[in-house]
Structures are given as structure tokens and as C-alpha cells.
Write a protein that binds this ligand. Structure first.
Ligand SMILES: [Zn+2]
Ligand SMILES: [Zn+2]
Length: 130
């Protein structure tokens, strides 16, 4: 079984994910721009049972546009986000794997309304985040 390791910049906080992800997506929403400091976020979801977390995390809870609760976990030392929890799943910002061969996204959220004009993503365009 394939195992992938995500970690923060200083290495204190990590997440080891086994098996295949349930979803790989990008999101162009305004909150994702803010939290990543980038044009869009690139995220992968695993079943909660397939992820083991090590290290200390500080949490921030956000209510999404669609009313869902997301709990972001980031390293209190270096500030990098390593995982966030949505009911039943754990999402990881793909950049935390630092793996150029990580599989591409298959869905693109807020594709028409919030995407920066110059961003071209080859994935199923969707109107909102679920
Ligand atoms: Zn850190
Ligand atoms: Zn978003």
C-alpha cells in the first residue's frame, strides 16, 4: 500500500497517509487565497482512518460558504498548515507533501466565479465547494 508523508516547514507536525485519496481538488475561493497566500488551494482528502498525525498543532475553525465546519491544524512553530478536518475526512494541502509527482486534481471548485484569469486547470469545473 502506498504511504505518503506530509509535514510542516520545520518538520514538527506531520501526517502520514496510507492508501489512495478519496478526492484531489483545487479551490479558487477567496478564503483559500487568504489562507494559502496563493492564487488557489490544492487539496487532497483521505478517510480519517487512513491518516496518522504526529506533533503539536494549533487550530482554527472556519465556517464555509455552504455552512460546513472546517478545522485547520497548523504548526505553532512555523505556521504551516498540515491538515484540516471536515466531518469524516482529513484534508491535506498537497504542497505539504513536497512531491512534484503527486497526482493532479480532478475537481476545480469556484472555477468560474473566483478563479484568477491566468490560471488554467485541467479538472472538472464546479461552481462551489461541497
Ligand atoms: Zn512547523
Ligand atoms: Zn476554497
Amino acid at each position: 500500500m502506498v504511504t505518503r508523508r506530509a509535514q510542516c516547514l520545520c518538520g514538527q507536525l506531520s501526517a502520514v497517509c496510507s492508501g489512495e485519496p478519496v478526492r484531489i481538488s483545487v479551490c479558487h475561493c477567496l478564503d483559500c487565497k487568504r489562507r494559502t497566500g496563493s492564487a488557489f488551494s490544492y487539496n487532497v482528502r483521505f478517510a480519517q482512518a487512513d491518516v496518522s498525525i504526529e506533533g503539536r498543532a494549533k487550530q482554527f475553525t472556519r465556517t464555509g460558504d455552504e455552512g460546513g465546519r472546517v478545522i485547520y491544524n497548523f504548526c505553532p512553530e512555523c505556521g504551516a498548515a498540515v491538515h484540516y478536518r471536515i466531518t469524516g475526512v482529513i484534508a491535506i494541502p498537497v504542497g505539504a507533501f513536497a512531491d512534484p509527482s503527486f497526482p493532479p486534481p480532478f475537481q476545480s471548485f469556484y472555477h468560474e466565479s473566483r478563479r484568477c484569469e491566468w490560471v488554467e486547470i485541467n479538472a472538472e469545473p464546479l461552481a462551489t465547494f461541497d
